[in-house]
Write a protein that binds this ligand. Structure first.
Ligand code: SAM
Ligand code: SF4
Length: 348
């Protein structure tokens, strides 16, 4: 049943420690009932910070001339995928700035095939490489990728326009989500929470947008200002606690409303609180995306201020992560793709 907007607004307007705890508990109950308490891990490779776009909020936008641009080589990316396999993460996420040139398209195709081959098909591959043509989405799907993450950023067209240059199009982004679905990918989208001018009504509409699109996965996180973007002026009034709370409320409301989809507890939550990602799991999320990018590249992929884990290797992180997840009373879905129950249901 389509979620009721009035109820969504109420959930998102929750205030006060006890009421918030009650909201998170309710979401956790829904999570237990519909998806269980197994956390699925996706090793995240930040493949390149080269981007042709210029989104006003993003630290790696093309207009940031202070950034040294990098692209991880094929061999390095394959080595990271091997590490992912050795650590028993069932899936890998390849993320980067947006590029549509042929060299890039072929590089990604070769990499997808290489990862499939080295893991004998065991590693699931998720892409987060922005807006592309149908043929490109198809080519990557045929090479072996099976999930795609493309955040709509906000479902409010006017708000979207205020956050992007005129040559970035909300309609094109939406169309791309449809193309991705058409190709057969499991589709993930999401929004930034706490954008300038965003209201509770917008966030409630975002949840209805996710429902109407029939998404399989969500990756959402608080917006955090970056010093080298047009939105840097927001840093002064930025409250990490408020941003964290709104991010957790949105996760909880999505879990309550959408029930059996996968929801990631994103790094942006951890940037705001050392236990932000665990808080996300307690508020209804069930997926974590540990960063497996070689630490020498991490400085170059600062989307926002204070991104954590700059010097922490994947192995160091894994040890801590296990402890933290077990402490919550949850288990880890090692060596599993961890497709969303929502997607499995549609398939059957
Ligand atoms: N370039 C691809 C795209 O835009 O879909 C994938 C990489 S992009 C860096 C991944 C996500 O980072 C974006 O969808 C956006 O939501 C998020 N992001 C960028 N700047 C951010 C900021 N200042 N605070 C929080 N999230 C941010
Ligand atoms: Fe590029 Fe993605 Fe950042 Fe926009 S959000 S500037 S497309 S990396």
């Amino acid at each position: 049943m389509r979620p009721d907007k009035k109820i969504l607004r109420e959930l998102l307007s929750t205030e006060g420690k006890e009421n918030l705890q009650a909201l998170y508990n309710k979401a956790y109950d829904v999570k237990k009932q519909y998806v269980g308490t197994t956390v699925y891990l996706r090793g995240l490779i930040e493949l390149s910070n080269i981007c042709s776009k210029n989104c006003y909020y993003c630290g790696i936008r093309s207009g940031n001339k202070e950034l040294t641009r990098y692209q991880i080589s094929y061999e390095e990316a394959i080595a990271e995928a091997k590490l992912c396999l050795q650590m028993h993460y069932g899936s890998i996420v390849i993320q980067a700035g947006e590029r549509e040139d042929r060299t890039w398209i072929e590089f990604i195709t070769k990499l997808i095939k290489g990862i499939k081959e080295l893991s004998e098909g065991k590693l699931g591959i998720t892409l987060s490489l922005g807006e592309q043509k149908l043929e490109v989405y198809q080519q990557w799907f045929e090479a072996g990728a099976h999930r795609y993450l493309l955040r709509i950023e906000t479902s409010n067209k006017e708000l979207y326009r205020s956050l992007h240059p005129v040559n970035h199009s909300f309609e094109k982004r939406l169309k791309c989500l449809n193309l991705i679905q058409e190709c057969g990918y499991q589709v993930g989208t999401g929004v930034m929470i706490g954008l300038p001018g965003q209201t509770i009504d917008d966030l409630a509409n975002d949840i209805l947008f996710f429902y109407d699109l029939d998404v399989d996965m969500l990756g959402m996180g608080p917006f955090i200002p970056h010093h080298n973007t047009p939105l840097k002026y927001l840093a002064e009034s930025f409250s990490p606690l408020e941003a964290l709370t709104m991010g957790l409320k949105m996760i909880a409301a999505c879990r309550i409303a959408l029930k059996d989809i996968n929801i990631a507890s994103t790094t942006a939550l951890q940037a705001l609180h050392s236990e932000g990602r665990e808080m996300g799991l307690k508020a209804g999320a069930n997926v974590l995306m540990p960063n497996i990018t070689d630490t020498k590249y991490r400085e170059g992929y600062q989307l926002y201020e204070g991104k954590p884990g700059l010097n922490e290797t994947a192995l160091q992180f894994q040890k801590q992560l296990e402890k933290r997840i077990f402490a919550l009373g949850e288990t880890i879905g090692y060596d599993e793709w961890g497709d969303s129950r929502h997607y499995q249901k549609k398939k059957n």
